[in-house]
Write a protein that binds this ligand. Structure first.
Ligand SMILES: Cc1cc2nc3c(=O)[nH]c(=O)nc-3n(C[C@H](O)[C@H](O)[C@H](O)COP(=O)(O)O)c2cc1C
Length: 290
């Protein structure tokens, strides 16, 4: 699996030091691939070698370009992160295929637990399909609204009174908004977005959900750099988890789990200010100034 050129190897030992799965051991003559069955194909051994002496047979050498300074300051990063807003009003045109490709390619570099790289990306911008998903969500909301109303006592017991009251009021408002405004183009479900991205996976590893959370945020930040708005759609994601019909109308492959749903489009509303957030709650243990 690994080809290590011992004639150029400097025997610095870094390939063994960075390997997360302890595949390589340093012996007298240099690094030796000892446990190839443990390899997670992270590529670190190849990337860290100062003299290109390591080749991984399952990975294309062209996938290892030289590291470049991204030229991003913490201030610039914070501006990007602060400027991103959940967008709930979109222009009609879908995100161009070229931009969607760029955004998804960016998510490709998000880390995944044990380097699983199992996430799949489904982009829907067919207006008829988007409308069908919206209608299916409306049905789910109606059902949920009726359930929460009918079983309110249990809901309050399970969630606590305050949260149950808030959920009941919010569900009722969403259902009413749809009834009042559907014809005028109101959309409390997909938030008028012309494009829906679903991140799904067949994999059921422990970390799949976390992988999708990280990849989803990559998508949001990458979109922000292109002036494309996003909003995470927790409702669509949850309905897909619990309802086969919702997965079917959303064209999710059989046997796959929906791990993230993100609406995208060109924002129809511009924000002039960043928003207030509660101060971060943090604790530092053992890093106090002396
Ligand atoms: C996991 C997750 C699920 C969300 N689900 C929804 C949703 O179903 N509908 C919606 O309009 N916004 C949804 N949001 C957006 C949040 O309401 C939003 O991120 C939050 O209010 C903060 O606003 P900001 O994104 O503009 O900073 C979701 C956000 C996250 C992170």
């Amino acid at each position: 699996m690994l080809k290590i050129d011992l004639s150029t190897c400097t025997k610095c030992g870094n390939c063994a030091r960075v390997c997360p799965a302890f595949v390589i051991e340093i012996e007298d003559g240099g690094p030796v691939e000892k446990y190839p069955e443990n390899c997670i194909e992270c590529g670190h051994c190849v990337a860290v070698c100062p003299v290109n002496a390591v080749v991984h047979e399952r990975m294309d050498p062209a996938g290892f370009p030289a590291v470049e300074d991204p030229g991003i300051t913490l201030d610039a990063f914070n501006h990007l992160a602060r400027n991103r807003r959940s967008t709930r009003r979109y222009k009609k045109e879908p995100v161009s295929r070229a931009d969607m490709d760029k955004i998804i390619s960016s998510a490709r570099f998000a880390p995944t637990g044990e380097n699983a790289q199992e996430l799949e990306y489904l982009v829907i911008d067919d207006p008829a399909r988007i409308a069908a998903i919206r209608e299916a969500m409306a049905k789910q909301f109606k059902l949920l609204n009726a359930l929460v109303k009918g079983l309110y006592g249990f809901v309050a017991l399970a969630m606590g009174k305050k949260e149950a009251q808030r959920s009941r009021a919010s569900l009722a408002r969403i259902v009413a908004k749809w009834a009042e405004g559907k014809e005028a183009g109101e959309d409390p479900f997909l938030r008028t977005a012309p494009t829906l991205l679903i991140i799904h996976s067949k994999q059921k590893t422990f970390m799949a959900q976390t992988d999708a959370g990280i990849a989803g945020y990559h998508v949001m930040l990458a979109a922000e750099t292109l002036g494309i708005g996003t909003v995470w759609n927790g409702f669509h994601q949850t309905f897909c988890k619990i309802n086969g019909g919702m997965r079917k109308v959303s064209l999710v492959p059989k046997g796959h789990n929906v791990l993230a749903s993100i609406c995208l489009g060109y924002p129809a509303v511009k924000y002039k200010r960043n928003v207030h957030r509660r101060p971060v709650r943090s604790r530092f243990v053992g890093t106090g100034e002396s």
